[in-house]
Design a binder for this molecule. Structure first.
Ligand code: DX5
Ligand code: ZN
Length: 231
């Protein structure tokens, strides 16, 4: 899944990727949830994997991902909120993750993890928590596809967007343009239409709304509204 820029005539419309997080969806019918996102032309599915160690919550593992993988082609973005993710990269890739995002704070050797994600044929991403500076990871962004800026403390959906994340997004955007990098800036946590708009203005290129989509009561409608943010 790549961030696509459309250049039409004089005006350039830069399409913002909408990759909803299914953490707040109906886990009893995950297959249908993924198919619905595919029908709504989501750019991908953001799958939150939690181990109860790195974050105080436990969700799903490779077995669930391979179960929902069948019968859909929409890209899967696995957000691994797990300690020492290097132990499971192969399993998440073989389960059908097109992109694997690991936390900078969860491993002692982020470069090795990025390499192993690439070796498996998936796109590597780094996630940074609210208290982690962009500077801590700037030396690695040339080797990743996506930087995931956490705008909540990871572990649960439905939390409030942390406003100071906007400064970090803008810092990553400025770093990109100054250094000619092409990693995508994604934002995750507390994304609704207002915070999503603010994040896009600060430089976000991918939004991962969770409860704003799945608690909306009308997923296609919510997706349409998020799609408008990128116009
Ligand atoms: C939080 C997860 C996020 C979260 C997004 O740890 O990484 O993906 O589920 O859900 P909302 O949009 O409800 O914050
Ligand atoms: Zn996430």
């Amino acid at each position: 899944m790549t961030l696509t820029r459309y250049i039409e005539g004089r005006c350039r419309t830069w399409r913002i990727l909408i990759v909803p997080s299914i953490l707040d969806s109906d886990f009893g019918s995950l297959g249908e949830v993924v198919r619905e996102l595919e029908r709504c032309k989501a750019d991908g599915v953001h799958i939150d994997v939690m181990d109860g160690m790195f974050v105080p919550n436990i969700t799903m593992g490779p077995a669930v991902i391979s179960a929902v993988r069948k019968g859909t082609h929409i890209p899967f973005e696995a957000h691994l909120m797990i300690e020492n993710p290097e132990r499971y990269i192969k399993q998440f890739s073989e389960a059908g993750s097109d992109r694997i995002i690991v936390h900078y704070e969860a491993t002692a050797d982020i470069k090795k993890v990025i390499r192993s994600i690439r070796m498996c044929g998936a796109e590597p991403g780094i996630a940074i928590n609210p208290e982690t500076s962009f500077k801590s990871v700037s030396r690695y962004v040339d080797s990743i596809h996506t930087l995931l800026v956490m705008s909540v403390h990871p572990g649960f959906g439905g939390q409030k967007f942390i406003d100071r994340s906007l400064r970090k997004i803008a810092e990553a955007r400025d770093f990109k343009s100054m250094n000619g990098c092409d990693f995508a800036i994604a934002v995750d946590g507390g994304i609704d239409l207002k915070t999503g708009k603010d994040a896009v203005s600060a430089g976000a290129e991918e939004l991962c709304p969770g409860s704003a989509v799945f608690r909306s009561g009308n997923i296609p409608n919510a997706m349409k509204k998020f799609r408008m943010l990128g116009k």
